[in-house]
Each structure stands twice: as structure tokens, then as C-alpha cells.
Design a protein around this ligand. Structure first.
Ligand code: SF4
Length: 403
């Protein structure tokens, strides 16, 4: 179910309401979106915009939304806060610090709470990284994407390979011990040898976490327009698969284990926030375009008319900056959906089978898994099942046969 734009005043907190039970009704994570970027990349489909116009107003609106959520859902204990974008590192560090102050004022953070900042090399410096540390960030996820000049140019990135290398050194120098590097493969013009070299360069920098994503051509992006005009050709699926295998082999050999299809980490350096998503956990979210996933009872506290029997609720905000700024003092939900138990189970499988840890199956799904195990697409340990390398390559089909 979804509705048109729902801008409504924050509902008053129910007397005595609290969600201090384990995980605050299971909500342990908060995502905050900062949409500003230096310029828009060719492939970008994220909620982002070039420039920092209205940055101060945006941060004030974001803080107001965090405050409103905290007032309505008091005493949630967060194990992860993730500030993503956009390019959060692009805005003033003091503003980021103010956002985290707001979070700490309204929620409790667990002692080992992971607080991640997404950063781009072009807006990273040692001085800024020190300010991020002082603000309370514990992890930096750097959008390196490549060290190949032609690839960086094709993607429309602002930085070059040297800046990317320096950025890793700067955040480390500032004291961060949890550093992630994002890479993109299957980029036109990036052959296997060049991709291997990108992987070797990132491994040499020693991050504890690497994400390697396939370039996808999303409708409405400048890259999509180029493809439609015949000015660029997407990499064929077999070549993309081969580059994914190259990444897996190289990163695993370097001690970064593949804990999710596209994500690799040294032990203990896995991204706790994304694990919440992949384990189909619940999370709050605030900011332009943000998506949240809440237990049905918490969604009702936000006055969403959730039907009986719903397993959980997803809601999302719109992508218009003026509308978001105008929403201050309201809950700026653009649409929402009640998730049925059957949908929840399909989601659990689709997300969980991306993880090395797999999922538990019993009853009919376990029976349906038997031929998939025999076909070498799934592995089984007691009641746990996960995809083999071959199974990952046909993941949607595996999930279809299980549900
Ligand atoms: S830096 Fe990221 S969010 Fe910003 S335009 Fe590029 S891809 Fe989009």
C-alpha cells in the first residue's frame, strides 16, 4: 500500500510509551541522508544534487526530523548510525557534528555503536577526518570506485588515483581503524587486467573492508542517455561475472572474506549497518529520499494505519529538496507499504542468501531446497542454507524456487 505525500505534524508521544525492550522493538540502526555532491556522476541514481545550496537549511530540517523521531520513539538503543548520501563529507564537519549531537540527544547509542560517514576522496583531508572523529564517527566509507584514470573519467568522478590513495592515508592518520573502500567494475573500457590492478592497489592500501559493485545503467542518468544514443555500450553479463570472480579471488586471497555477494571484510570489520539490511532487520531513516523499515507497532506510533496481520512497514520520503525543507515539523512520508508475512519471507530469502552466513530453512522451503543442494546451487549445514558461487550467479532463480 502506498499513499500520496503525507505531511503531517508529529504525533504526540503516547504517555509512558517506550521501546527499551531488546533493540527497542528490534530497531537498532538509523540511516541519515545528506544529498549534496560536488557534481553528479554519470551513473548516479541516488538522491543527490550538485552544490551545497541550502545546506544549512537542510541540516536544520534533518535535525528536526531526528528530533521528531526521537520524541516519538524514545529510548531506542542504536548499534549503528550511518550518514550516507550524496556526499556527506562534502558538507561542513561542524554540521555533521551537530547532526550526531542531535542523534545522541534523542537516542542512546550502544557502547560499540558503529557510526559511519560516507566520504569522497575529493572532500577528505586529514584535518576534516580529525573533525569527523571528534564528532563521533567511528568508520569511514570512501567512494574510491577506481584508480584507473579512464574509468574515473568515464564515471564522471571528481578525484584522481593519487587523491584516492591520499584519502585512505588521511583517514588512517586521523585515527580511523575502520575504513572501507568502494570500487566499481564492469565499466566500459576497464579490461580484466586493469581491474586486477585496481584490486591490487586497494589491497596495498590495507582497508579492513571493500565493496565491489557492478556498474548498472539506471534510467534517467546521463550514462543511460549515452547508452541510448549509442555513445557507450554496457559490459556484457559474462564479462561482468568474470570481473566479479576476479574480485572475489583477489580479495579473499588478501584476507578479506566475502561475507556478502559484493562485500569483503577482514574478521570484525564487516559493515554492521548493512548487515541490518541484509538480515532484514528494522531501521529508522531520516532525510531526503530516506527509506525506513519498522515493526508494525512502531509504525502505528507514527500514526500510519497499519492493517492487522502486517509483519512490518516500509516507508519512504520524497526526492524533492524544497518539499523536504517545507516539511519541517512534520513527518515527511511520501509513501508506505505494509509487508505481509509472505512478502517478509521472500525478502528474508532474497537478502539472506546474499550473505555467506546464509539463512535458516524448515518446512516446505527446506524440502524445496533439496534439489538446489543436489544441483550445487545451495550448501547446507543443519538447518542453515546458503548460496554456492554458482548459486549466487542465479540468485533470483534460486529464491523463486524456494518460495
Ligand atoms: S558522489 Fe555518489 S551520490 Fe554523488 S553524484 Fe556521484 S555517485 Fe551520486
Amino acid at each position: 500500500m502506498s499513499t500520496a505525500f503525507l505531511a503531517r505534524p508529529w504525533p504526540a508521544a503516547a504517555p509512558g510509551s517506550s521501546h527499551s525492550e531488546p533493540g527497542g522493538g528490534g530497531v537498532r540502526a538509523l540511516y541519515l541522508h545528506v544529498p549534496f555532491c560536488e557534481r553528479r556522476c554519470e551513473y548516479c541514481d541516488f538522491v543527490s544534487m550538485a552544490g551545497r545550496e541550502r545546506e544549512a537549511d537542510y541540516v536544520a530540517a534533518l535535525r528536526a526530523e531526528v528530533r521528531g523521531l526521537a520524541n516519538r520513539l524514545p529510548r531506542l538503543a542504536l548499534a549503528s548510525v550511518f550518514v550516507g548520501g550524496g556526499t556527506p563529507s562534502f558538507i561542513e564537519p561542524q554540521r555533521l557534528a551537530g547532526v550526531l549531537d542531535e542523534v545522541r540527544a534523542g537516542f542512546s547509542l550502544t557502547p560499540d555503536c558503529e557510526v559511519t560517514l560516507e566520504a569522497n576522496p575529493s572532500s577528505t583531508s586529514e584535518e576534516r577526518a580529525r573533525e569527523w572523529r571528534e564528532a563521533g564517527f567511528t568508520r569511514v566509507s570512501l567512494g574510491i570506485q577506481s584508480f584507473e584514470p579512464a574509468t574515473l573519467q568515464f564515471l564522471g568522478r571528481v578525484h584522481d588515483d593519487v587523491r584516492a590513495q591520499e584519502a585512505v592515508a588521511e583517514v588512517r592518520q586521523a585515527g580511523f581503524t575502520r575504513i572501507s573502500c568502494d570500487l566499481i567494475y564492469a565499466v566500459p573500457g576497464l579490461d580484466d587486467r586493469a581491474w586486477q590492478s585496481v584490486l591490487e592497489r586497494v589491497i596495498a592500501l590495507g582497508p579492513g573492508h571493500v565493496s565491489a559493485y557492478e556498474l548498472t545503467v539506471e534510467a534517467g542518468t546521463p550514462l543511460h542517455a549515452r547508452v541510448r544514443r549509442g555513445l557507450a555500450s554496457p559490459v556484457d553479463p559474462d564479462a561482468a561475472l568474470r570481473q566479479h570472480r576476479i574480485a572475489t579471488l583477489s580479495l579473499e586471497a588478501a584476507g578479506l572474506h566475502q561475507y556478502e555477494v559484493s562485500n569483503f571484510a577482514r574478521p570484525g570489520q564487516e559493515c554492521r549497518h548493512n548487515l541490518v539490511y541484509w538480515r532484514r532487520g528494522h531501521y529508522l531513516a531520516a532525510g531526503l529520499g530516506a527509506h525506513a523499515h519498522l515493526p508494525a507497532d512502531l509504525a502505528r506510533l507514527l500514526e500510519l494505519p497499519v492493517p492487522e496481520g502486517a509483519e512490518s512497514v516500509r516507508y519512504w520520503h520524497g526526492r524533492s529538496l524544497p518539499a523536504y525543507l517545507a516539511s519541517r515539523g512534520t513527518l515527511p512520508i511520501e509513501g508506505w507499504e505494509a509487508i505481509t508475512p509472505a512478502q517478509a519471507e521472500a525478502e528474508r530469502l532474497l537478502l539472506g542468501l546474499r550473505l555467506a552466513e546464509g539463512v535458516t530453512l524448515d518446512g516446505d522451503p527446506a524440502a524445496r531446497a533439496v534439489p538446489l543442494v543436489h544441483a550445487g546451487l545451495l550448501w547446507r549445514r543443519d538447518q542453515s542454507y546458503g548460496t554456492t558461487a554458482r548459486g549466487q550467479e542465479v540468485l533470483n532463480e534460486v529464491v523463486r524456487r524456494l518460495t
